[in-house]
Design a protein around this ligand. Structure first.
Ligand SMILES: Cc1cc2nc3c(=O)[nH]c(=O)nc-3n(C[C@H](O)[C@H](O)[C@H](O)COP(=O)(O)OP(=O)(O)OC[C@H]3O[C@@H](n4cnc5c(N)ncnc54)[C@H](O)[C@@H]3O)c2cc1C
Length: 441
């Protein structure tokens, strides 16, 4: 504590001690986890790998990927080499065996440097989470369990030994992606597998993933959401096509084009979760629907880091002009920091709370966390652009990309900002199964 801070108004006046001169320094962006010291060794290791790749490779490539709306293949070669494609593959299958918290921290660190890389990596990693620690938590018959072990061994071998990439095209443009209706893509049971017909929209990694991990409905009379099937479809199978163009506002490197499946034969072994069990997984592990938000946690931090560097005159390739001495800038940065710390706190709390069958309070906290991260990302970017001023809109600087990318988060199903509020409001006011008297009439 400095002499100035320790002086009490009742103490005799003494000459103030001269403050030591700060050594010449630059802003050092902190860990995405802040000054949080309770990280496991695995978390520290994975965060260091992600930070190294992000700073030294992904950040420099992000502008071109965004400008051309192309998939970040080079980044994926680096992710593969660094072992991050297998981050959530269980250790017994040769992966890192990262749990939910470890994964989302690592994903947020990547999102700081390239949003599109983090968002698409999430689609890939999710397929290993559904089949990994989530499947481990599900109720299965011994036969289903044995069957699942065989299936996942094959899928993990592809990821671990061959560096294959999986995507997660669930959306169809109807009510299914929001969880309100069965998927329109149908899988008809045939000898040795299924025949799949349907269309997926906004399929990130379209044309880039080796396997599309789709959700579809088992084709049978009276099928409901309980009949959802989770299948991996080899991108080279006859009947699989990528359609539509891709020239969106933001997250341009995700290349989320349409996928058409026309009479595609999918062998049984491509089932990622035993028949009929996806609905159980989705209900009992709701945190899986919030795995999009770590990318946006990364963007929150990145927009703040940029603003501090800009106001300190430390942005690479920019004149070293300082703007930090203006009180309005200081107030703006303080406001951004408040939002950033609120976002980080709820992000970390939610990451650590993730588990099978979460309590009602954890579930409500999850909606609040996802909503906060998604909305604050865009708000922190908005403040950053306003604070840094005109030059921040130039495409040679990363802030305008972050601003556009951040806008694309809270509109992603199944938990758009609106749907989070919808769920939160309803579940705050109604207990499970409760109805209003008027509804019962
Ligand atoms: C960059 C990017 C990448 C994506 N990648 C993938 C991917 O890899 N895989 C994938 O499956 N999807 C992906 N999506 C798709 C995404 O999840 C949505 O399905 C897609 O954006 C279509 O949304 P929509 O607004 O047209 O949907 P609509 O269903 O038309 O919804 C429109 C709006 O209405 C609201 N709404 C919808 N249903 C309800 C309801 N029942 N009650 C109240 N409000 C409702 C929602 O808040 C939404 O904002 C991606 C989207 C983006 C932007």
């Amino acid at each position: 504590m400095s002499a100035l801070m320790s002086s009490s108004p009742h103490a005799p006046a003494s000459p103030p001690m001269p403050l030591p001169l700060a050594p010449a320094s630059r802003y050092v962006p902190p860990s995405i986890t802040g000054d949080y010291s309770e990280l496991t060794e695995k978390q520290k290791k994975l965060l260091a790998i992600a930070s190294d790749l992000g700073r030294n490779r992904f950040a420099a490539r992000a502008e071109q990927i965004d400008r051309d709306a192309v998939f970040p293949f080079e980044n994926y070669a680096d992710l593969r080499e660094a072992g991050l494609l297998k981050i959530c593959v269980p250790e017994q299958y040769g992966g890192w065996g990262a749990d939910f918290a470890t994964y989302v921290m690592t994903a947020a660190e990547i999102g700081r440097h390239c949003g599109a890389t983090a968002l698409t990596l999430n689609m890939h990693v999710s397929s290993t989470m559904w089949t990994g620690f989530i499947a481990d938590d599900l109720d299965m018959t011994p036969e289903q369990r044995a069957n699942h072990e065989q299936h996942r061994a094959m899928h993990y071998k592809r990821v671990v030994e061959e560096g294959k990439i999986y995507s997660q095209p669930f959306s169809e443009g109807g009510a299914a992606a929001a969880g309100k209706a069965p998927f329109g893509t149908l899988a008809r049971r045939v000898e040795g597998g299924y025949i799949v017909n349907g269309k997926k929209i906004f399929a990130s990694l379209a044309g880039a993933a080796d396997y599309y991990g789709i959700l579809c409905t088992l084709d049978k009379p009276g099928a409901t959401q309980r009949d959802s099937l989770y299948l991996a479809i080899d991108k080279n199978l006859p009947g699989v096509t990528v359609t539509g163009d891709w020239d969106p506002l933001g997250m341009r490197g995700t290349v989320s084009r349409n996928l058409i499946f026309k009479d595609v034969f999918v062998p049984d072994m491509e089932r990622l979760i035993p028949e009929g069990l996806y609905a159980q997984a989705a209900t009992r592990w709701p945190h899986m629907f919030a795995t999009l938000s770590p990318t946006y946690m990364g963007i929150c931090q990145a927009a703040y880091d940029f603003t501090v560097q800009y106001l300190r005159g430390e942005v690479p390739n920019m004149p070293p002009v300082k703007r930090r001495m203006y009180p309005t800038k200081q107030i703006a940065v303080a406001e951004m920091k408040v939002k950033l710390e609120q976002t980080r706190a709820i992000f970390l709390q939610n990451a650590r709370a993730a588990r099978v069958d979460p309590s009602k309070e954890i579930r409500l906290g999850l909606y609040a966390a996802h909503y906060t991260i998604m909305e604050n990302a865009n708000d922190i970017c908005r403040l950053a652009v306003r604070t840094c001023g005109g030059q921040s809109m130039l495409k040679t600087l990363p802030l305008e990309r972050m601003y556009r990318d951040s806008r694309c988060g809270s509109l992603m199903l199944p938990w758009t900002a609106e749907l989070c509020i919808d769920r939160l409001g309803r579940e705050c006011l109604y207990e499970a199964g409760e109805r209003d008297e008027a509804d019962a009439l």
